[in-house]
Write a protein that binds this ligand. Structure first.
Ligand code: PEP
Ligand code: MN
Length: 276
């Protein structure tokens, strides 16, 4: 990948992105929250639940890039203010998507991390703008994109002077229809071979199915990912967006209870039991 001047792995250390108390690129960062911010009550309730289950960062979309123009598009500015409240109440940093280059500078005033969604991965004007925004960027893989195309998009952000880029594998389009997308878990070790940038996995949008989220979260950790991002809703059945794939707070807490011991096991190896 000869065009990668800044993203390519070299002999310097791996990039570690610090956001408040959360770290991406060291340990295992869990980002959780609803697909979209719908109301203050929904966001604050969900935020408190994921915080108490041990999440490291909050997510929630205020601008939703919907496939249909008639679907809920997000609360916009009001959603950003609610996210700021949720951050204040939980102490957790907030990641939210930005979809329009004209919004970047003011969204950056509310968000701790700017998310670029799959549909905008190659929106070069947007990439250049977030490259100048002074906030870490979570760059989701385009659903039709190769690893090389994805890394070139990271390069766009880096080349504007922003070193804090985190990649997010969120599934790619294949012929399979049972799952919403096909999670390319092999992208995790492949990306780690190609770049020093952190990579996390989104088991929610890649599978679109609640029962698959726990196994794919554990698999992401075992594959060497630096974290996951999952959708959690205080009342999934009422969600205005992606209702079928949202975890309840209880389901999320159960996943956390399985992730943390696996994380310790992978870091330290099996517990040694003393013998006679
Ligand atoms: C999201 O994370 O809210 C989202 C819209 O994901 P994607 O861009 O991967 O579809
Ligand atoms: Mn979603």
């Amino acid at each position: 990948m000869k065009h990668l001047k800044l993203a390519a792995i070299d002999n310097t250390a791996r990039t570690v992105v610090r956001v408040g108390d959360a770290t991406l690129g060291k340990g295992f960062c869990v980002i959780a929250g609803p697909c979209s911010v719908e109301s203050e009550a929904q966001m604050l309730e969900t935020a408190a639940a994921v915080k108490s289950a041990g999440a490291d960062m909050l997510r929630g979309g205020a601008f939703k890039p919907r496939s249909s123009p008639y679907s809920f598009q997000g609360l916009g500015m009001e959603g950003l203010k609610i996210l700021a409240r949720a951050r204040q109440e939980t102490g957790l940093p907030v990641v939210t998507e930005v979809i329009d280059p004209r919004d970047v500078s003011w969204v950056a005033e509310f968000a701790d991390v700017l998310q670029i969604g799959t549909r905008n991965m190659q929106n070069f004007a947007l990439l250049k703008e977030v490259g100048k925004a002074g906030r870490p960027v979570l760059l989701k893989r385009g659903m039709y994109s190769t690893l090389e195309e994805w890394l070139n998009c990271a390069e766009y952000v880096l080349s504007e002077g922003n070193p804090d880029v985190v990649l997010c594998e969120r599934g790619i389009r294949t012929f399979e229809r049972y799952t919403r997308n096909t999670l390319d878990l092999s992208a995790v070790p492949a990306i780690r071979e190609l770049t020093h940038l952190p990579i996390i996995v989104d088991p929610t949008h890649s599978t679109g199915r609640v029962p698959l989220i726990a196994p794919m979260s554990l698999a992401a950790l075992a594959a060497g990912a630096d974290g996951i991002m999952v959708e959690v809703h205080s009342r999934p059945k009422e969600a205005l967006c992606d209702a079928d794939q949202a975890l309840t707070p209880a389901q999320f807490a159960k996943i956390m209870d399985r992730l943390r011991p696996l994380q310790r096991f992978l870091a330290e190896g099996p517990e040694t039991t003393e013998t006679g």
